[in-house]
Design a binder for this molecule. Structure first.
Ligand SMILES: [Zn+2]
Length: 624
């Protein structure tokens, strides 16, 4: 098994390694049937055939195509096309005088986290949901399909979880506590993150005859994909029969954790994680990132053999069960909450990595730190420092590198949004790919169409080694608070543009205070670093800095989803992978609940005040 293989490697390199096992609910399909019963009969193939040129696509042992956490069910109903199945599409349906009640919806992949599609279908009264990959998004409309090109072949299917992760990720039966054997569990009916209707991902080869059999209004321009058909909305006359069954059992997931103990600040953890589980071969997702993590581990082990011992403890983790809904990392954070609260300073994450531009997201207290590292690491494409060639949308108007806000894409969620640990996510990518979560994400595909020479993998490893070494050995943890203040101010301005009713005066006053104290802190720090500082004071200062991000947590969590506690970052409830910044205020504004919006703005002001107090305390400590 992959976990044992990785653990053996880490041990062989001399790292203190163990495997931690959790038992979340991991339903696998026991039967799958999709057929059109009218106006013509058609039975969907639901299978990704082998491609002769690529031996690793062989069908033997292939995981069936399914959406994890779909409900079991047996439904027959008229089909209706809902475009991407996002809120604005339901608005368009209303304008057309149509609704999805009692019907099976067919949505195309894209625009939003896939779990949003069945959630909205269910909320609007649909009895089933199909999600297909339209060639417009990642098929022949974009480029040649595999094996001729990198895009999705006709029978390619995007598997994936449809857990409602915006409420809480991880085991749906153990929200907020670890799913260890013997721990209590919710009944399945109590788990609000589980969809209640059957959901099934399909290929465009399977979707085409069903879409082609729809009548009703011709789909609006923006709803049309790239299949050679006239897109109609329906409903019907296509009638679809969807029957799905799952085993509904909990199964072990295995996190592999290696620890390099710190010489001075043993309790202070610098962490780096990447998941090791995959839907099929997973050359890109997650092996490209996981192998960079292993290379980082090997490098650290090697310099340790040469005598290095970090000041702080370095923890490296290969998470399991990420694909089902961040299982391994979430349950691990829930198990280790007290230790993490005591001393975890930074969590770094990576996931799929490939040819393309560098991207980074995370806590804005680390933006300056990341920018400095990017000066040191060359872009594999052209040898220029990464800081000079950042991805366009992640830069400030003046061209400076900026961290994006983290949403819900990968294993950092529990660290940042639940435990309040400053977090970063690094990765290269962006080259066209149509094999995501399919049987065609193989080594042969990766070598031909992504990072064939593994130069982006090497760069990711250089980057994480540099970050880990600096974070582990810095006399003072490199947090900087002025960027945070300015960034929160920018988010506040975005909200204010559409919602002048919300009173942000207190927030802005505290942000100004935070900026002023940040500058004071920087001055005090550079003066203090010129004279010797006692170990005791340094320890105190570092502990204080590690806990700063935690000031941004709401102890009782966000409204209606208390597992999420961060006031600045959270995944959107009906959007994509990107973050909804200042989520509590923004969601109240969207619902036009002004009183609640103002109340949440006051809570934000208190959090910023606590952060500013925190920084001022650090200044006092430096002055002592
Ligand atoms: Zn992944």
């Amino acid at each position: 098994m992959v976990a044992e293989y990785a653990a053996a490697l880490l041990k062989e390199w001399g790292l203190d390694t163990h495997v931690e096992i959790f038992e979340p609910l991991l339903p696998y399909p026991t039967s799958r049937l999709l057929e059109m019963t009218a106006p013509v009969r058609f039975r969907a193939q639901l299978n990704e055939p082998a491609i002769p040129e690529d031996l690793n696509t062989s069908e033997a042992g292939q995981l069936p195509t399914f959406n994890a956490f779909s409900a079991s069910g047996d439904v027959t109903a008229p089909l209706i096309y809902v475009n991407f199945g996002i809120p604005e599409d339901y608005e368009t349906l209303r304008q057309l005088g149509l609704d999805v009640r009692g019907k099976i919806v067919i949505a195309r992949y894209g625009r939003a986290w896939r779990g949003v599609k069945p959630k909205l279908a269910e909320e609007n009264g649909a009895v089933g949901c199909l999600i297909y990959s339209d060639p417009r998004e990642d098929g022949y409309f974009r480029d040649n399909v595999y094996p001729k090109g990198p895009m999705r072949p006709p029978q390619g299917v995007q598997r994936g979880s449809v857990l409602d992760m915006a409420v809480y990720p991880g085991d749906p039966l153990t929200p907020g506590w670890p799913s260890l054997s013997g721990e209590k569990r919710l009944a399945r009916a109590e788990a609000v993150t589980l969809p209640k209707i059957p959901v099934m991902p399909i290929s465009y080869a399977d979707a085409k005859p069903m879409l082609d059999a729809l009548a009703g209004p011709v789909a609006p321009d923006t709803w049309r994909g790239a299949l050679p058909i006239t897109y109609h909305v329906g409903p019907g006359p296509a009638v679809v029969h969807l029957k799905l069954d799952f085993d509904w059992t909990s199964k072990p997931v295995r996190d592999v954790v290696a620890v390099i103990p710190g010489a001075i600040y043993k309790d202070q953890w610098i962490m780096y994680g990447n998941h090791h589980d995959a839907w099929a071969d997973g050359a890109s997702d997650p092996a490209s990132g996981a192998s960079a993590l292993l290379e980082t581990a090997r490098t650290l082990a090697e310099i340790r053999r040469q005598g290095w011992q970090p000041k702080r403890t370095v923890v490296l983790a290969l998470w399991d069960g990420e694909e089902f809904g961040l299982m391994g990392s979430t349950e691990w954070v829930e198990k280790h909450e007290e230790e993490l609260e005591r001393g975890a300073a930074v969590y770094i994450n990576s996931d799929s990595n490939g040819r393309g531009a560098f991207g980074a997201g995370g806590s804005h207290t680390l933006e300056t730190f990341v920018r400095e590292i990017l000066r040191e690491i060359p872009d594999p494409a052209n040898g220029r420092a990464l800081v000079e060639v950042p991805r366009g949308r992640r830069t400030a108007p003046n061209g400076d590198f900026r961290l994006s806000a983290l949403g819900a894409g990968s294993d950092y969620v529990a660290f940042l949004d639940h435990a309040g640990i400053a977090s970063l996510n690094f990765g290269f990518g962006g080259a066209d790919s149509g094999v995501y979560h399919s049987n065609y994400d193989t080594l042969a595909w990766y070598q031909r169409f992504s990072d064939g020479e593994f130069i982006y993998g090497k760069a990711l490893s250089q980057l994480t080694v540099t970050a880990l070494l600096r974070l582990a050995d810095a006399p003072v943890l490199p947090f900087e608070f002025n960027t945070l203040s300015r960034t929160i101010h920018r988010y506040v301005e975005e909200i204010q543009k559409s919602a002048g009713q919300v009173d942000f005066r207190d927030v802005n006053a505290q942000l100004a205070r935070l900026s002023a104290s940040s500058r004071g802190y920087e001055e005090e720090l550079s003066a203090a670093m010129k004279r010797p500082m006692s170990e005791e004071r340094l320890t105190k200062l570092n502990q204080m800095l590690a806990k700063a991000e935690g000031e941004l947590l709401l102890p009782d969590g966000l409204p209606h989803r208390e597992w999420y506690r961060h006031q600045i970052y959270a995944p959107g409830r009906y959007t994509g992978y990107g973050a909804k910044t200042i989520p509590a205020v923004r969601e109240a504004v969207e619902a036009q609940r002004w009183e609640e919006a103002n109340q949440q703005a006051r809570r934000l002001a208190l959090a910023v005040k606590a952060m500013a107090d925190h920084v001022e305390e650090a200044i006092r400590l430096l002055r002592e």
